[in-house]
Design a protein around this ligand. Structure first.
Ligand code: HEM
Length: 134
């Protein structure tokens, strides 16, 4: 059984893929992408407030595990990609003469990186997730 947090993340991933394909529909693309970004920023806060970190990371020693560090590193990479993606999005929305195509191609290339890194964040998170209580 998948944890609720993993199911929510998978649903948000499907929405992100839809918004990736329908980028021309700005009224869909922008709110979904901003929503996914806020979802990803909120998830660590939710987990810190609702899970017993002391027991899991310190007492059980999970903090030294390869899985935890791989997950953490991927999240940092995702947040860096989001920061540059927002910058290029703002450049597309307020284009300077001659620069729009450069911003678009950067936004497009980073988009593929985001889809890959976010899939890996969710996959490594699913491996670490505590199974739901029966
Ligand atoms: C976080 C906030 C984001 C904003 C405000 C934003 C905004 C935009 C805007 C305004 C466009 C131009 C739409 C058009 O007229 O074609 C666009 C295009 C696009 N966006 Fe985003 N975007 C965001 C995040 C993302 C993310 C996270 C991805 C990928 C997972 C993505 C993938 C794309 C792609 C592939 C295009 C088409 C680029 C092209 O070929 O011209 N965007 N985005």
């Amino acid at each position: 059984m998948l944890a609720g947090t993993v199911i929510a993340a998978l649903v948000s991933y499907l929405l992100m893929v839809a918004a990736f394909y329908w980028h021309r529909v700005r009224g869909f693309h922008i709110p979904v992408m901003v929503g996914c970004l806020l979802f990803d920023l909120g998830m660590p806060v939710y987990l810190v407030l609702n899970r017993d970190w002391q027991t899991r990371l310190i007492e059980h020693g999970d903090i030294l595990s390869f899985g935890v560090w791989m997950h953490f590193g991927l999240i940092i990479a995702l947040f860096v990609l989001y920061a540059v993606q927002v910058q290029t999005a703002l450049q597309i929305l307020r284009p300077k003469p001659g620069e729009e195509e450069v911003s678009r191609s950067a936004h497009r290339a980073q988009a593929k990186g985001i889809l890959l890194v976010r899939a890996l964040v969710i996959a490594t998170g699913a491996v670490l997730a505590e199974p739901p209580q029966a």
